[in-house]
Write a protein that binds this ligand. Structure first.
Ligand code: TXA
Ligand code: MG
Length: 327
């Protein structure tokens, strides 16, 4: 199938394709999504097939306004409306009790559904053009790094889907915070740009899921995610970065350092890709840096950031490295 790439001039076509049951890729403020009609099992199947995604990993349902919650969730707690008022449109997904209108295919067999309002004109425009909620995981092939540019989506989805809406580089760069509101105390299942510190004043209490995943709370937790195709290891300082770099260079592995400008400078390593110098920059640049690194190099040294502000980005780095860090 031919894969068209375009901007807002293709929104009407995008809406039509979604209504017909096709999967369409679109930008959000976090990462690109691969969207389909959340009510249509065939459309959801097309998404799972294009991604090669395990069937029990639920999709996030995207809506364009809190009014549309009625069509996707039931027994919606007041806290959900409060949170949407403060943080939406934005990078926060709420797990709520599923409406019978949403097929279990969409929610990976669960009675709950993840819902969010994305902060991007093309995403909101597509939901409006389709006139229905859009189920969308990140638009990467399962197990690969999430796409933050239309060219990344094309790499993974060319020939498999009819349309990619191109909104340039995504602003936030890592996937939304997933917050489970079906528990007595709300739990963050996946950290993101909306942090526990930001949620606490609205919710009173919030827990952060931590520790080993034995029974996966967010089914996505149990799958290895965000992996570059070459080996990737964490490094926590200029000396260890330098030593590991020289060792791997000696082995002929063509290594690269992906790190803050600060660490790059201190390590003196020339083969390096910058993540900038702030938590926001590291979030925004991480996934595109990993895609760039794996194309040109054979071994990735990734900065092992410390500190609460880096918590969401560190979560993705742990997944990319499988938790391996050279100290
Ligand atoms: O920023 C984002 O959230 C992006 C954009 C496209 O919106 N989407 C995204 O989708 O990252 P995906 O499918 O790659 O990740 C969704 C995560 C998975 O870990 C999944 O298990 C969890 O959300 N999730 C979805 N519905 C859930 C539910 N009902 N209960 C628990 N976890 C859920
Ligand atoms: Mg994903």
């Amino acid at each position: 199938m031919e894969t068209k790439v375009g901007k807002e001039e293709l929104l009407a076509l995008g809406g039509e394709l979604i209504r017909e049951g096709f999967a369409v890729a679109f930008p959000t403020e976090t990462v690109y999504g691969l969207g389909g009609d959340a009510y249509n099992e065939k459309a959801v199947e097309a998404i799972f097939n294009a991604k090669g995604r395990p069937q029990d990993n639920p999709l996030i349902v995207h809506i364009s306004s809190p009014k549309e919650l009625e069509g996707v969730a039931v027994d919606v707690p007041k806290a959900a409306y409060k949170l949407f008022e403060v943080f939406s449109p934005g990078p926060l997904t709420l797990v709520l009790k599923k409406s019978p209108l949403i097929p279990k295919r969409t929610t990976g067999g669960l009675d709950t559904v993840g819902v969010r309002i994305p902060d991007h004109p093309l995403a909101l425009g597509l939901i409006k053009a389709a006139a229905r909620p859009i189920a969308a995981p990140s638009a990467n092939v399962s197990g690969r790094v999430s796409p933050t540019e239309a060219s990344h989506v094309l790499e993974d989805m060319k020939g498999k889907i009819p349309l990619i809406l191109d909104g340039g580089k995504t602003r936030v760069g890592i996937e939304s915070t997933v917050l489970d509101l079906t528990k007595d105390i709300p739990v963050i299942l996946r950290p993101g740009a909306v942090t526990a510190g930001m949620l606490a004043p609205v919710l009173g209490a919030v827990k952060v899921f931590s520790g080993e995943v034995v029974v996966a709370e967010a089914p996505g937790m149990k799958y290895k995610h965000y992996s570059p195709v070459c080996p990737c290891v964490g490094v926590n300082g200029p000396q260890t970065a330098r030593a590991e770099y020289e060792k791997r260079e000696g082995e002929g592995l063509n290594p690269v350092l992906v790190a803050s400008d600060n660490l790059i400078e201190k390590s003196g390593i020339k083969n390096a890709i910058s993540l900038g110098n702030s938590p926001e920059a590291a979030m925004a640049n991480l996934f595109s840096a990993l895609r760039k690194a794996e194309k040109k190099f054979g071994y990735i040294l990734l900065e092992w950031f410390e500190g609460a502000d880096y918590y969401p980005v560190q979560n993705r780095i742990k997944k990319a490295t499988g938790g391996a860090v050279i100290r």
